[in-house]
Ligand binder design. Sequence first.
Ligand code: GLN
Length: 308
Amino acid sequence: MTDQRVHDDLVAILEETREIGWGEPADYLRDVQRRDLDALAAAVCTTEGEVVGVGHHDRALALQSVSKAFTYAVALQECGLDRVLAFIGVEPSGEAFNELSQLSDGRPFNPLINAGAIMAQALVPGDTLEDREALLLDRYSALAGGQLEVSEEVLRAEQVRADRNFALAHMLASSGMLDVDPHEVVQGYLRQCSVEVTTTQLAVMGATFASGGRNPVSGERVFDERVVQQTLSVMLTCGMYDASGGWVTQVGIPAKSGVSGAMLGVVPGAMGLATWSPRLDSHGNSIRGVELFRRLSDRWDLHVLRHR
Ligand code: GLN
C-alpha cells in the first residue's frame, strides 16, 4: 500500500466516523479534556518506518490504560516470563477494567486490567518510585522514538479519583503479592497513565511491537521478540476489557484502549495503528476509535486470523 493510499483511506474513514457524536468522555477527566472533546485522529506507522497521521494526530493525549501494555512488556523484559507469570495471569476477566477481581491463587487475571497493571508496575525493578519511573519513561520513549513526559495536569485528576486503584493495591497486598508500599505502587501506576504522547507517536510505539520489538524509525531494539509475542497475545485476548471477545471477532488485531480515548492496534509484521477520540462507550473504550478500527480492519484486511 502506498503512503498516499494509506493517507486517503485514513481521511475517508475519519470523515465517516466523525458523524458518530454520542458517548461521553470519562467523567473525572472532563476538565482536562474540555479542549479535546471532539478531537479525532488516526495514525499508521508501517514496519518500514513510514508514518502517516490525519486529523488531530499531533495533539498530546494521555496514554492511560494503553500504558498497561508497555509496562507489562518492560516487566517481562526485566524480570523474565516465569517471574511475571507467577504474579500476573493471562486470562480475560470478562469484567470491567477496575474490578476487584483475582484468580483463585490471588493473581490478577491479566496485566491489562487495573489490578494486573498495578502488579506489573510493582514488578518494574528500581529502589524508588523515581528509579522505576526513569526506567519506564526511558523504555516508553524508545518505543515512541522521542522523549515522553508525565502530564502533571492529568496526574492531578488521576490522584483525585484514585480510591479504586488504592483498593486494588491493598487487595494485592492482602494476598501477599506486593512487597512494596501499595501507595507508592499506585502513584507509579497513575504517573504511567499520565504520560503524554501524540497519536502519531502512539502509532510508532505500535509499529515497534509490529516489528518484533525494534523501533522501525530509529532502528533501536527495545524489547526481545518473545516479550512482544507475549504482550501481543494478551492484547489480543484482554486488551479491550469486557468487550475483548467482540473485538477479536470483529476487528481481530491485538489492541489496547485507554480512558483518554486512545487506542493502539498492532498488526504483526505490518504496522502499528493508533486512534484518538475521547467519547467513550460503557466499557470505557473510544466509540469512534472502535469504529475506526473496525472499518480499517475491513478495508485493509487486517484480521490476523483471516484465511491467507
Ligand atoms: N487511570 C485510569 C484508571 O486507573 C486508567 C483506566 C483506563 O484507561 N481504562 O482508572
